[in-house]
Design a protein around this ligand. Structure first.
Ligand code: PLP
Length: 417
């Protein structure tokens, strides 16, 4: 043995807050600094049932003592079978086949592979401001800021980015923005990515890292119509919006459009890493055995935690709570917007709400968003920033957030501003 090296976290892990967690429960994080913080970040939309929900903790604890890992293409385990059956209670009709991975990015990759295998076509159309992950294929679909793509090109080929109806930034009403974006999508299909070459459209029900812009129902429905017309697979990335966060179990349920592939992760297991894609058996059978997956996919402990999470979501009425508390949050944020000219827009769906900051000329003000995040810490509140332009503050409470916690959070945002 030589003298030991003093190791540090990589600069890529630069923290946005100084908080180091000692322990956490429900909507609260207790720091090693002796302070408690109201957590309106939920590990970026992950701890759906709050931190360390007793039923999730118990399910995981029990599973750890039985089996931690069995590779699912070799030996199956009970929690994954139970989760697959349970997801049937929540998935849209006809989504009878489920595949598992560990993270959102891997599930995005799996959906792209599936769409390409199913159609024999190369291209994927994603939408401006979308975030689909950091692996190379997922990053190539991601335009929620340049930092996810630049510096490590070339990224995956065959990707085309279509406009998203970002009405606030265009300064348009939503109908005009949707009509424009659909017209541009048609133009893209006519000029850049012919339907004969286009395997899939991929879109989030609410742009997540793109700044909590809800996808207008008419836009998703317009994409669906084009997918039907041209035999293009519609992938809805519910990694952040799914599992009740928007006030419906799936974010796409706010529209009449039904996807061909649904991707879920984050809130599915309250913090344990697991992700899934779901589709019809007919579509899913286009991926031949062994063409998808990885060593750790569909981990037994994570699957047990996911089953418990789905039970808690149902038994505690968390989808309904997300709708109710989301409305309170949006009202509160809109009231603050009336008070502060630095807030250009207050918007979101359910418990995915955001404030977009602008300077006196109406231009994006990333410094203001960063100041709000930093100042909120001293008010005992954790918030996230984001958006392609960095000028958005995201508010993402746990689905278990109570009336009192919501009031306290809104108060803290007010004091911060
Ligand atoms: N898709 C969406 C909509 C996301 O919000 C994220 C992560 O934030 C991902 C995909 C990537 O998931 P992961 O970070 O688990 O790879």
């Amino acid at each position: 043995m030589t003298a030991s090296t003093r190791t540090h976290l990589s600069p890529a892990l630069k923290q946005a807050t100084p908080v180091v967690v000692d322990y956490a429960a429900g909507s609260w994080i207790y720091g090693t600094d002796g302070n408690r913080y109201l957590d309106f970040t939920t590990g970026i939309g992950v701890t759906s049932t709050g931190h360390c929900h007793p039923r999730v903790v118990e399910a995981a604890r029990e599973q750890v003592g039985k089996i931690i890992h069995a590779q699912y293409t070799t030996v199956m385990h009970k929690p994954l079978l139970a989760l697959t059956e349970k997801l049937g209670d929540f998935l849209p009709d006809g989504f009878d086949s489920v595949f598992y991975a560990n993270s959102g990015s891997e599930a995005v990759e799996a959906s792209i592979r599936l769409a390409r295998m199913a159609t024999g076509r190369p291209n994927i159309v994603a939408f401006h401001g979308g975030f689909h992950g950091r692996t190379v294929a997922a990053a190539s679909l991601t335009t929620a800021g340049t930092k996810f793509r630049s510096g490590f090109s070339p990224i995956m080929g065959g990707v085309h980015i279509a406009p998203f109806p970002y009405a606030f930034r265009y300064g348009w009403d939503m109908d005009t923005a949707v009509a424009f974006a659909l017209q541009e999508l048609d133009y893209l299909l006519a000029t850049m990515s012919s339907p004969a070459d286009t395997a899939a459209f991929i879109i989030e029900p609410v742009l997540g890292d793109g700044g909590y812009l809800p996808t207008p129902p008419e836009f998703l429905e317009g994409i669906r119509r084009r997918a039907d017309e041209h035999g293009i697979v519609l992938i809805v990335d519910e990694v952040q919006a799914g599992v009740g966060r928007t006030g419906k179990f799936w974010g796409h349920e706010h529209s009449a459009a039904k996807p061909d592939i649904v991707i879920t992760a984050k809130g599915l297991a309250s913090g344990f890493p697991i992700s899934a894609i779901a589709a019809s058996t007919e579509l899913m059978s286009k991926a031949w055995p062994g063409s998808q997956g990885g060593t750790y996919g569909g981990n037994a402990v994570a699957a047990a935690a996911a089953v418990a999470t789905l039970d808690v979501v149902r038994d505690e009425g968390l989808v309904e709570n997300a709708a109710k508390q989301g409305a309170v949050l949006l009202d509160g944020l809109k009231a603050l917007k009336e008070q502060y000219s630095a807030i250009g827009d207050a918007r979101g769906l359910g418990l995915m709400q955001a404030l977009e900051f602008v300077d006196e000329n109406g231009k994006p003000d990333a410094a203001a968003a960063a100041r709000v995040q930093q100042t909120a810490i001293s008010e005992g509140l954790l918030l996230l920033t984001c958006g392609a332009l960095g000028n958005v503050v995201r508010v993402i409470p746990a689905l278990v957030v109570t009336d009192d916690e919501m009031a306290e959070g809104l108060d803290a945002i007010g004091r911060t501003l």
